[in-house]
Every structure is written in C-alpha cells, then in structure tokens.
Design a protein around this ligand. Structure first.
Ligand code: AHG
Ligand code: MN
Ligand code: MN
Length: 348
C-alpha cells in the first residue's frame, strides 16, 4: 500500500452478533410460562453441566484408560462400557444436588433412585440414557445422551417413586438430547418448539445455533438396521421395499449409524425416517420407552414430525415398567404418513 491510498475499510461500526447461551434461553422460556420457577432452570443447568463433563471425557476417550468394557453387566443384560458408568455417575452427581428433583431414573440403574423425594420442594423426576450408542465409542463414532423431565403427578404420594416416572410421554415437561459428534450439540424443548445449542469449546458454553428447528416435510434417507430384515414383521418389509423401489415418488438412500440419538439428529435436520422395528428376538423392539423413545418423540413432534411404535403414538403409551422397550418409527410427516398407510393396509 502506498501512503496516498485510503485506509482499508474497517469494521469499527459493526456490532458483535449477540450470542444466546442455553442458560439465557431457558430463563427466557421460563418468563413466558407464568408459574414456572427458577428451580426449573437450575435443574436444566444440572444437565448442561453434566453433559459438558461427559463430552470432555468422550473427547479424551482415546487418551485415557477409558476405552472398552468395565466387565459389568447392566440391568438390560448388556456389558457396560466405562464411559456408560462415568456418564451415569456424572448425571447422578450433578442432578442429585438439585433440590427440585425427587427421583432419578437411568438406563444404568435397575430401580429409580430417590433424591429429595421427601422434600416439599421436589417437584420433578428426571429420566435419562446417560450414553446412547455406547458400542460406537471405541471407533470414534458419535454417541449421545437422552433425557426427559416429568412433574410428580398431583395424586401421587411423595414416596410412590415409581409413579413419579411411569407416566405417558405427553406428560414430559421438557425433553432433549446431546450428540457428542463432530461438535457437541444440545437439542431441547419445553413444549414450545425445538432449539439446538452447539458447545463452543473455547468458552465452555452451549450457544444457540439452531433456533426453532422444523423437521423437513420429506427427506432423502431412511435409517434402519437392515441386517434384521428377515426378522421384521411383513408390513415393515413391504414399506422398506416400497421406499427402495421409488414407489413413494423418489429414490431414497440409507444411513445407519447405530446410535439412535445420532441417527435421529440427522433425521431431525435432514428429514426422512428412522425405524427400530420389532424383531423375532425382540418382539417389543430394543429401544426403551421412558428415556429413549419418549424424549425423541417429544422433540420430533415439537419439530413437526411424527413418532409411533408402528400402531400407536409413542407419547400416548402408558409405561408399566422403568426399562420397558418399544418399537420406534420416527420421522418427517410425509414418510410417516406413507409408513402408516402401509401398516393400515396390512392390518385390514
Ligand atoms: P445403548 O448404547 O444406550 O444401549 O443404546 C444402543 C441402541 C441405540 O443407540 C441404537 O439405535 C441401537 O442400540 C442399535 O442397535 P442395533 O445394533 O441392534 O442396530
Ligand atoms: Mn441407548
Ligand atoms: Mn445407554
């Protein structure tokens, strides 16, 4: 540059783009709900803190002695991974200091754990899958956490702890998940739309990155473990055949990660359908209603999608036990309507 040239334009007048953290967002949402107290945002901050700790451990998974199995078997008869145990401990620790929580139920604990259930201030139960897709940890593939928050029903006594959590998904006051993927993203809803917050590792805050997520009307992908095809009910195979052969007006590609939360996250953003059908070995499916299917169904519906167990809306199902399983079919309205039509044709 010669001295006679004018100085380059500067950005001196540009204002920084305001960032909204998840804490700010929760407080804003709370203001819109009269009667909601600060306890609720304090509770959610327990989840955000725990998932930041889990993601820090996931990011160091290959560096620490954390890979592989701990040798124990959880209540589902599956081998627990070390990170499963760590993630569970962290969530229990962060949530058990919140006085508004009476009961905690986790995939990794056979029975619900009582926290402050005897306290008159304890209004909520939290259910969660601390680490979803844990068989993917050793191979650097995305895993996640799913959670839902339920209010103690008015007619349930403080010590009837199972009844705090055995409620249909329609009763969830908030639900969400975190994907520990190429970045860490928290997606949640308090029943007023779905919002996504990407963790900025340089400041350690979840920052609003996906405001008011809407699931596309139709997508390009279907997601199912096709190795079990021979064991699916006929109606599922009819539907999948029609998808593959373009009978719904377009060609589909398939994507299957094997972490429900990651497969769903793609479906939420890109549209399409995710299925975990019943199989001969697992006639009620593999996924758990309370802490896997319900939070996913809540998010899907809030974003304009649909979630069923093949015949019934997931959120209407009344659970009988904490670790109850359910088939899960969730996705964009268009794919879900095609799916439901095929199911009805087979039923009649
Ligand atoms: P988890 O790691 O919490 O036990 O869940 C694993 C689940 C779910 O994430 C995924 O959709 C499914 O297992 C994959 O199962 P298949 O290997 O049978 O497809
Ligand atoms: Mn899981
Ligand atoms: Mn799990």
């Amino acid at each position: 540059m010669t001295p006679s040239e004018p100085p380059a334009a500067t950005n001196a007048n540009a204002r920084p783009v305001p960032i909204i953290t998840v804490q700010q967002h929760i407080l804003q949402e709370q203001k819109r709900c009269p009667g909601a107290s600060g306890e609720f945002s304090w509770l959610l901050s327990g989840i955000t803190l725990a998932t930041k700790m889990i993601q820090a451990k996931v990011r160091r998974a290959g560096l620490t002695d954390i890979l592989g199995s701990l040798g124990d078997v959880n209540v589902q008869g599956e081998v627990q991974q070390k990170l499963d145990v760590y993630a569970n401990d962290v969530l229990l620790h962060c949530l058990s200091v919140r006085e508004s929580i009476g009961v905690l139920a986790s995939e990794e604990n056979e029975r619900p754990l009582t926290v402050h259930y005897e306290s008159p201030n304890a209004k909520y139960a939290v259910v969660f899958d601390p680490l979803d897709g844990s068989s993917n940890i050793d191979v650097n593939v995305s895993v996640g956490t799913t959670f839902a928050i339920l209010r103690r029903p008015v007619d349930v006594e403080l010590n009837e702890v199972s009844k705090w959590v055995l409620q249909p998904g329609t009763q969830q006051v908030a639900a969400g998940y975190v994907v520990y993927g190429s970045s860490t993203i928290l997606v949640y809803s308090v029943g007023n739309g779905v919002h996504g917050f990407t963790l900025d590792p340089s400041v350690g805050a979840y920052v609003l990155s996906h405001e008011n997520i809407r699931m596309p009307e139709r997508g390009k992908y279907y997601s199912v473990n096709e190795a079990y095809r021979d064991d699916f009910p006929t109606a599922y195979n009819t539907y999948l055949d029609k998808l593959r052969t373009g009978q719904f007006g377009q060609a589909y590609a398939s994507r299957y990660i094997g972490s429900m939360v990651s497969d769903f996250h793609r479906t939420l953003l890109k549209g399409g359908i995710f299925l975990y059908p019943p199989t001969k070995d697992n006639p009620t499916g593999k996924l758990r209603l309370l802490y896997e299917a319900n939070p996913i169904a809540f998010i899907a519906e809030q974003a304009g999608g649909i979630a069923t167990d093949g015949t019934q809306r997931i959120l209407d199902k009344s659970p009988d036990s904490i670790h109850e399983r359910t088939p899960l079919v969730v996705g964009s309205p268009s794919e879900m309507q095609d799916f439901q039509r095929v199911m009805q044709e087979h039923a009649s």
